[in-house]
Ligand binder design. Structure first.
Ligand code: BGC
Length: 722
C-alpha cells in the first residue's frame, strides 16, 4: 500500500470505528506463553474478533501467531491486524551476553550486530515489536534490573541506545528481518530509592536531564518506534501519568511521534500509587500524558476511557490521536499489506551455516563482554600443559539461561557451559570438577570435596556469583555480593595455596570481600555470557582471545558507598586524609574497588603523547585529540581508550569527569599506533542554572585514560572562546 493510501486507509478506519473498537486498539493483552508480570488470563479469540484488543505480548512462533492473527484479519469487523511483542534483550534463539555484560565491550558495532541478529530471529517468529533496548542508567548495584541495561554513564548508554535501535530497525520497519524497537523505561527507574524494585524516585530535574534522559533522546533521534514509561513515581508523579516529561519533553520538545506503551499494568497502578481514584481517572491521566497503549491494565483503558469521556476527563480527539499512532505503527510495520509478514519460514534462520555464524557472533560478543579484573603471578592465560585443573563452584554450569530458553529448548541449539568449554579449550589438561552445590547452599561435605580436589590440582577455576534469577525485574538485593556459603567455599579453596582463578557470574557489579580480591590470583567478570558461554570462557582463559572488556559500572568496596559512579560533582571539601572535616568515610575509602572503565588485558598497553590540534575552540569548530598507544606485552591485543573532559569553572558545578568518547585500537606486540578523537565545541555544552543548554567560555581539562581512575590519566587543556 502506498503511503498516501495508507494514510487514507487509517483515517477511514478511525471514521468507521466504534468507541469500543478504538479503545480496543489501545489495549495490549497477553498471549501468555511466558509470564512477565502478575498473572492474568490470556486473551481469547472472541476478544480479538470483537476488536477488544489491538496488540499482544508474550506470544510468538510463526504458526501460533498466524492462527491468532487470522482471528483479527478475518474474524473482526474492520479486519485490523494485531501486532505481537516480546522482551528480547539478548537474543531469541541465539543468546548473546546480557546487555549489561555487552555494554562492557564498549563496542558500538558489536551492539548493533547482535541486535541485527536478534531482530532477524524475531522477524520469522511472528514478533513485530521488541521491548528493547532497556537504556536506564543504573548507579545502584542493588537494583536487579542493572542486568538489562548499559551501566552508569549517560554517554555510553546513549551510544548503546542508538546502536540497538539501528540494529533492530535498520531504517524501514517493513523491511525483511526488521522489528520495531522500544526504548524503556523512561526515565530514572534505575534511581529507585535504596535500589529497591518499583520504589519511588526522587531526584533533581538537573539529574534527570543530564543523566537519565539523554539515552532516550538518543534513541528518539535514532528513530525508535516506541517508548515505554517507567513504572515508577518521579518526584511525586508516576511516570505513566507524567505529562510534563512524556508529553511536554518527549513528544513536544523532542518531536517523538511514535507509540508510547505503558509498562505491565502500570496504568491500573496509578490507582495504587494514589493519584487516581478509579479506572476512568487513571486512564485519563495516562492518555493525557501521552501513553497510547495500556499493557495488561485490567481493562483500565478499555473500561476507563469511555467513562472518562462521559465525565469530560478526556477528549475524543485525544483518543483518536492515540489510535492514529497505533494504526500508523501497524502501517509502518507493513502489517496492513501483509499481516503475516513476520510469520515466515524459519528455514533461513535454522540453516546450519547461518546458525553457525550467529553462534560465532555470540562467542565473540561473550569474549568481548568479559572483564579481566585482576591477573597476578601469571595466573592467566592458562596453557594446555597446565597439568591438573579443578573446576568448581555453584556456577560451573552458568551459560546465560533465560526464561525463553525453557520454552524453546527443542529449537535452541544447546548452550555450552563452562566445564565443557574448558575441556575443549584445554584437551590435554586433566580437568576434574565437583558438582552438586547451589549458589546459596554448600554443604560441609561439598566443601571438603572441594578442598581435596584443590589439593590434588595445580590450579583451580572457581565459578562463583549469582544465578540469573537473582537479578532482573524484582531482583533487588540488599547485599549484592556473594552469598555467605560461596564465601566459605572460596575461603576453603584459597587456603590450599594453589593458583585460583575466580570466574564471577552476575547481572550487576558485585560487592566482594577484600580478602577474596587480594588472595585470588585472577578474577574475571563473566556476567551471563549466553549460548557460547563455555567456549568464550575457554577462549579468554587460554588467551585465544585477549580480554578487552571494560567495566560500564563502578564496583563498590562496600554497600555503604552506593550509589558510587565516576561522574559525581565536586564538593567544597574534597577528601584529604590529613583533614578531618573533608568529604570521606571514616570506615572505608571513597574510591570504588574497580573503577568504571577498568579492565586488564594480557598485553601491556601504554598511553603517551596526548596532544590537540588547537588550543582554543570556538562554537562551530572541532578539535582533534590524539594519543599514542603502544603494546609492550607479549601478545597482540586490543586497547580501549576513554576520553573525558572536566569543565574547570562554570556557573553550575560540573561532574569531576564527563565521558566524551571511547575508541579501540588493535596492536601486535611491540607495535604502536595513534587514536584520534574529534569533539566539537558543542560537545562542551551543559545545562545552565535554568536547565537551558549553554556554551560557557573558559578552560576545560581534556583527559585520556584506560579507566575513570583520574590518577592514571594523561591530561591537557583547551580554552573555549565565547
Ligand atoms: C517489564 C517490562 C517488560 C514488560 C513486558 C514488565 O514487567 O517492566 O520491561 O517489557 O513487563 O514483559
Amino acid at each position: 500500500m502506498a503511503r498516501s493510501d495508507e494514510k487514507a486507509h487509517i483515517e477511514h478506519l478511525i471514521a468507521e470505528m466504534t468507541l469500543e473498537e478504538k479503545v480496543g486498539q489501545l489495549t495490549m493483552l497477553s498471549g501468555e506463553l511466558v509470564q512477565t508480570g502478575p498473572a492474568a488470563a490470556p486473551v481469547t479469540s472472541e476478544a480479538i474478533r470483537e476488536g477488544r484488543v489491538g496488540s499482544l505480548l508474550n506470544l510468538w512462533g510463526a504458526e501460533r501467531v498466524r492462527e491468532v492473527q487470522r482471528h483479527a484479519v478475518e474474524g473482526s469487523r474492520l479486519k485490523i491486524p494485531l501486532f505481537f511483542c516480546l522482551d528480547v534483550l539478548y537474543g531469541l534463539r541465539t543468546f548473546f551476553p546480557i546487555p549489561f555484560g555487552e555494554s562492557c565491550a564498549f563496542d558500538v558495532e558489536l551492539w548493533e550486530r547482535t541486535a541485527r541478529v536478534a531482530a532477524q530471529e524475531c522477524a520469522v517468529e511472528g514478533i513485530d515489536l521488541n521491548f528493547s533496548p532497556m537504556i536506564d542508567v543504573a548507579r545502584d548495584p542493588r537494583w536487579g534490573r542493572t542486568v538489562e541495561g548499559p551501566g552508569e554513564d549517560a554517554f555510553l548508554a546513549a551510544r548503546f541506545a542508538e546502536a540497538k535501535v539501528r540494529g533492530f530497525q535498520i531504517s524501514d520497519l517493513a523491511a525483511d528481518g526488521v522489528v520495531a524497537a522500544t526504548a524503556k523505561h523512561l526515565a530514572a527507574y534505575g534511581a529507585v530509592q535504596a535500589g529497591r524494585e518499583y520504589a519511588p524516585v526522587d531526584m533533581s530535574e538537573r539529574q534527570l536531564h543530564e543523566v537519565y534522559l539523554p539515552p532516550f533522546r538518543a534513541a528518539v533521534r535514532a528513530g525508535v518506534a516506541a517508548i515505554m514509561p517507567a513504572f515508577t513515581d518521579f518526584n511525586g508523579i508516576p511516570m505513566t501519568a507524567n505529562a510534563a516529561i512524556l508529553r511536554d519533553v518527549v513528544r513536544r520538545e523532542w518531536g517523538f511521534s511514535g507509540v508510547m506503551i505503558s509498562d505491565y499494568s502500570a496504568i491500573a497502578e496509578l490507582i495504587t500509587h494514589g493519584v487516581a481514584e478509579d479506572k476512568a481517572q487513571a486512564a485519563a491521566l495516562a492518555l493525557d500524558a501521552g501513553v497510547d497503549i495500556d499493557m495488561m491494565g485490567h481493562d483500565t483503558y478499555f473500561e476507563g476511557l469511555p467513562r472518562a469521556l462521559d465525565r469530560g476527563l478526556v477528549k475524543l480527539e485525544t483518543i483518536d490521536a492515540a489510535v492514529r499512532r497505533v494504526l500508523q505503527l501497524k502501517g509502518k510495520l507493513g502489517l496492513f499489506e501483509d499481516p503475516y509478514r513476520r510469520c515466515g519460514s524459519p528455514s533461513a534462520i535454522a540453516a546450519t551455516a547461518a546458525q553457525g555464524k550467529r553462534r560465532d557472533l555470540a562467542r565473540e560478543a561473550a569474549c568481548r563482554s568479559f572483564v579481566l579484573l585482576k591477573n597476578e603471578r601469571d595466573a592467566l592465560p592458562l596453557s594446555d600443559g597446565q597439568g591438573a585443573i579443578a573446576v568448581m563452584g555453584p556456577l560451573v554450569d552458568a551459560k546465560g539461561d533465560a526464561r525463553v530458553a525453557v520454552e524453546m529448548t527443542e529449537t535452541l541449539a544447546k548452550p555450552v557451559a563452562v566445564l565443557e568449554g574448558l575441556r575443549s579449550a584445554l584437551p590435554n589438561a586433566r580437568i576434574a570438577f565437583t558438582p552438586g552445590c547451589t549458589v546459596e547452599r554448600i554443604e560441609a561435605a561439598e566443601r571438603s570435596r572441594a578442598r581435596e580436589l584443590a589439593r590434588e590440582s595445580d590450579l583451580v577455576v572457581l565459578c562463583l556469583g549469582e544465578t540469573m534469577a537473582m537479578s532482573g525485574e524484582a531482583g533487588s538485593r540488599g547485599h549484592p555480593g556473594l552469598p555467605p556459603a560461596q564465601c566459605e567455599l572460596a575461603r576453603t579453596v584459597l587456603a590450599q595455596r594453589k593458583p585460583v582463578v575466580i570466574l564471577l557470574f552476575s547481572g550487576r557489579p558485585l560487592v566482594l570481600p577484600e580478602w577474596l580480591v587480594e588472595k585470588a590470583d585472577a578474577l574475571v567478570a563473566a556476567w551471563f555470557p549466553g549460548s557460547e558461554a563455555g567456549r568464550a570462557i575457554g577462549d579468554v582463559l587460554t588467551g585465544r582471545f585477549n580480554p578487552t572488556g571494560r567495566l560500564s559500572m563502578s564496583w563498590p568496596v562496600d554497600v555503604g558507598q552506593i550509589p558510587i559512579f565516576f561522574g559525581a560533582r565536586p564538593t567544597g571539601r574534597p577528601a584529604a586524609a590529613s583533614d578531618h572535616y573533608t568529604s570521606k568515610y571514616l570506615d572505608m575509602p571513597n574510591e570504588p574497588r574497580f573503577a568504571f572503565g577498568h579492565g586488564l588485558s594480557y598485553s601491556r598497553f601504554e598511553l603517551s603523547g596526548l596532544r590537540l590540534d588547537r588550543t582554543e575552540l570556538r562554537s562551530g569548530q572541532t578539535v582533534a585529540i590524539s594519543v599514542d598507544v603502544a603494546n609492550h606485552g607479549p601478545l597482540a591485543g586490543e586497547e580501549t581508550v576513554l576520553l573525558f573532559i572536566r569543565d574547570q569553572v562554570s556557573s553550575v558545578t560540573r561532574p569531576l569527569l564527563e565521558l566524551k568518547g571511547f575508541q579501540k585500537i588493535s596492536l601486535a606486540p611491540a607495535q604502536g599506533g595513534t587514536i584520534r578523537f574529534i569533539i566539537s565545541a558543542e560537545d562542551l555544552t551543559f545545562l545552565d542554572p535554568d536547565l537551558a543548554p549553554q556554551l560557557e567560555a573558559g578552560g576545560f581539562d581534556i583527559l585520556v585514560g584506560q579507566s575513570a581512575d583520574r590518577n592514571k590519566m594523561l591530561s591537557t587543556q583547551i580554552e573555549l572562546i565565547a
